[in-house]
Ligand binder design. Structure first.
Ligand SMILES: [Cu+2]
Length: 128
């Protein structure tokens, strides 16, 4: 009869995953130039930037799709000109969109199907 518990085997199996998770933790940002990171979460049907005010200059939108449909991120100036458009992101995936923003107001939206009309839009201000 074996004396060790199956729980030991479960724990051992979990260890490589834990090590991997630690290795995948975000590295300290190597910001060579002035650049602001803005996390954006996308889900049905909400587009949420983690900050809505950034310094004018280069902005890195880190778009994560927490939903089930594909989503994207489009950045428009107040006049409606498209200043940046991300790739379409599948459920559970992420992408980065880099744009250079002058001072002003910007509109963020998901342009997939009718997602913007259904609520996937937000505003962002670039300030000095
Ligand atoms: Cu969408």
């Amino acid at each position: 009869m074996r004396s060790w518990s199956p729980a030991v085997a479960v724990l051992a199996a979990a260890l490589p995953f834990a090590a991997q998770a630690a290795a995948a933790a975000p590295a300290p940002g190597g910001q060579l130039q002035r650049s602001t990171a803005v996390g954006v979460s996308a889900r049905e049907f909400r587009l949420t930037p983690y900050r809505t005010r950034v310094p004018a200059g280069e902005v890195r939108f880190n778009l994560t799709n927490f939903g089930e449909d594909a989503h994207d991120l489009v950045v428009r100036s107040a006049s409606g000109r498209v200043v940046g458009r991300s790739a379409e992101v599948r459920a559970g995936s992420r992408t980065v969109l880099r744009v250079r923003l002058r001072r002003g107001s910007f509109r963020l939206s998901c342009d997939v199907a009718d997602h913007a009309r259904r609520g996937m839009r937000a505003t962002l201000k670039a300030v000095r």
